[in-house]
Ligand binder design. Structure first.
Ligand SMILES: [Zn+2]
Length: 389
């Protein structure tokens, strides 16, 4: 690789370490990257000059006598907001102003009800962004549901927000905020948020159980993309014997059983009075799982086992509010995956739950795609935006 490409790779490694730690000294950065202190010194000087990194006063205090000069500590820039975040949700849209360091300190946010009309959405977005009071943003980070072509900035399909389909949503955002657009599909943003704390070369399948059921695949610390503008759409794998119609036009998709609406419908079929999602989560908490939910988790395990047999990973990370209240859900899912996945016969598939840290994931995407964007050398060998996450 051309030396400038290599420098960018090491800058990004330093930035990733600083995204997970409040502050680090040159010696700590050298230890964690395997670079020399002198090499780290050059990188910090260049990142300080570019406004990506700041000197952090004090740093962690250490007991005992100090020998020599006190160490200087560095952190990602946090003094002023540089990115506008637009998190488009089915019911609510959130906007926020983030510094390069991500969601640290007091974050300015504003929210409004997601409309079903593009002109009205653009008007509310413009008003919301005005309240953030952010001057000359470096990037607009947009998280959207549905099947999204991130590089072409196009929504192919959005079952709950059909009006966002095509390129017009992103055109409206570009009119409202004058800065380069970074588009991240909402589940992929969650996987990127988890990667901030994970081992740098971690590999896992992410499964999110929410309004829909989505996935993302990370191999060797890199968020994977398919040649088609979607990957890991495990929610749309049909389940044998399931006749429920799905928003995608198919019949029997896993999402129609495991998504919020599907779970509510199954609960009602099994004698529960209709009282909404929050009540269902509370009712399930701390109790043995009902038979209908065990059956649904067994089907989810089958679909997930198929996905990890194909991808060749031995770890599954699951997010969703159902898991936060009922640890039995993850236990049952883990049993089902281990009974069905090939790796379950040789070793053990690790299945864990994790919080949704979407803002952190978007901050990481901004680092990789805008602040420390791939160089021409990286693009030339196929390490451009599609691979860096
Ligand atoms: Zn479907």
């Amino acid at each position: 690789m051309h030396p400038s490409g290599l420098r960018r790779v090491t800058e990004r490694r330093v930035a990733h370490l600083l995204l997970r730690s409040a502050s680090l000294s040159r010696v700590q950065l050298a230890r964690q990257t395997g670079l020399s202190v002198a090499a780290v010194g050059k990188i910090t000087v260049s990142l300080l000059g570019a406004g990506v990194v700041e000197r952090i006063a004090g740093g962690p205090t250490r007991p005992g006598p100090m020998l020599g000069r006190p160490a200087e500590y560095f952190g990602l820039a946090r003094r002023r907001p540089r990115h506008v975040v637009v998190e488009l949700g089915v019911n609510k849209t959130q906007v926020a102003a983030l510094p390069v360091a991500g969601p640290v300190g007091d974050i300015r946010t504003a929210g409004f009800s997601t409309t079903q009309n593009l002109d009205e959405f653009e008007r509310r977005l413009t008003n919301g962004v005005a309240t953030l009071n952010i001057a000359r943003p470096l990037a607009v980070l947009v998280s959207v549901p549905g099947i999204v072509d991130e590089s072409e900035r196009r929504v192919l399909y959005s079952p709950n927000l059909h009006w966002t389909e095509g390129t017009r949503l992103f055109e409206a955002i570009a009119r409202a905020i004058d800065a380069p657009l970074v588009v991240v599909q909402e589940i992929r943003a969650l996987a990127l948020g988890y990667l901030v704390h994970a081992e740098p070369r971690d590999s896992f399948l992410w499964v999110d159980i929410g309004d829909g059921v989505g996935g993302a695949l990370v191999i060797d610390g890199r968020l994977q993309s398919g040649t088609l503008p979607f990957a890991c759409e495990i929610g749309h794998t049909p389940v044998s014997g399931n006749r429920r119609a799905c928003g995608c036009g198919g019949v029997g998709c896993l999402e129609t059983l495991l998504g919020r609406k599907g779970l509510l419908r199954s609960a009602q079929r099994n004698g529960r009075k209709s009282r909404g999602w929050g009540r269902l989560v509370s009712e399930l908490a701390g109790k043995p799982l009902p038979a209908w939910l065990r059956a649904t988790l067994a089907e989810a395990g089958r679909v997930i086992a198929g996905a990890i047999n194909t991808a060749g990973v031995s770890k599954v990370v699951v997010s969703g509010d159902l898991l936060e209240r009922s640890p039995e859900v993850i236990e049952h899912l883990a049993k089902s995956i281990n009974a069905l996945a090939l790796w379950g016969r040789f070793g053990s598939v690790r299945v864990e739950s994790a919080p949704r840290e979407r803002l952190l994931g978007l901050a990481r995407a901004a680092l990789d795609r805008v602040v420390l964007a791939p160089t021409a050398a990286e693009e030339a060998i196929g390490l451009g935006n599609r691979g860096t996450g």
